[in-house]
Design a binder for this molecule. Sequence first.
Ligand SMILES: Cc1cc2nc3c(=O)[nH]c(=O)nc-3n(C[C@H](O)[C@H](O)[C@H](O)COP(=O)(O)O)c2cc1C
Length: 149
Amino acid sequence: MGRKTLIIYESTHHGNTRKLVDAIAEAFPVDTAEISEAVKMDLNTYDRIGLASGIAFAKFYPDMEAFANERLPEGKKVFFLYTCGKDTGRYASHIQKTVEGKGCQVLGVYGCPGFDTYGPFRLVGGISKGHPTEKEIQEAVDFYGALGE
Ligand SMILES: Cc1cc2nc3c(=O)[nH]c(=O)nc-3n(C[C@H](O)[C@H](O)[C@H](O)COP(=O)(O)O)c2cc1C
């Protein structure tokens, strides 16, 4: 029997978000795919799809926002994972609206800090150094576990 959950990830800045995805995939029977692979896959075989991304300019990465808009099949159960330099609690709002607009059910959102050396932060050695921590990674695993079957 095929696996029912696929997590699609884009983690280009420092691989921060990928740490969450890898830990979930170690703990649970889920498939994972980098976004460039996911565009070639048949997503209809999955009941549940996770979208995992770093944050750029207060949204999920542009390719992930576009993927949600253009490629995500309608009517799926969807959850979100992200890492960011400094959280506002609103970074998933835009993509969440897109996904809800496709008649998908949003199951939940998990976000935590991730090492950020973008722009001026580079000059001070970056922010959120050492993040995601082991604890934050475990929280992501627990978040996934709490979604249930
Ligand atoms: C171009 C760019 C823009 C960013 N914009 C934001 C932002 O608006 N808010 C924020 O908290 N972090 C921002 N960040 C930081 C990243 O979201 C953060 O480092 C994240 O953990 C990177 O995830 P990744 O390593 O999985 O790609 C930005 C990073 C880059 C490269």
